[in-house]
Design a protein. Structure first.
Length: 94
């Protein structure tokens, strides 16, 4: 798999999330060479309640700043898909 969007090159499929409505992908950020996870959500498939839940999660993640919580590095919409980018977590500290 090779998809490029906003300086992220998707290199692997990692699984599904958000009750089967999101694909979790592993990406490499070209400028920094760091690996990230991308949660790719098709917004057209969400009910109003699910869309509100995603919006609340995105807002809440902006408020949380703790070394044990992975925050979103970026989020953006491309077509009908929400891209939510987080650092790929390894064992140990962020």
């Amino acid at each position: 798999m090779y998809i490029q969007c906003m300086n992220n090159i998707i290199i692997a499929y990692a699984g599904i999330g958000f009750n089967g409505l999101a694909r979790i992908l592993i990406a490499k950020h070209k400028p920094t060479n760091f690996f990230n996870t991308v949660r790719l959500i098709n917004l057209e498939l969400l009910s109003r309640e699910q869309l509100e839940e995603v919006q609340q999660e995105m807002k809440l993640s902006q408020l949380l700043h703790h070394h044990n919580i992975a925050c979103y590095l970026s989020s953006f919409v491309v077509g009908v898909h929400l891209w939510a980018v987080q650092p790929l977590m390894h064992y140990g500290k962020l």
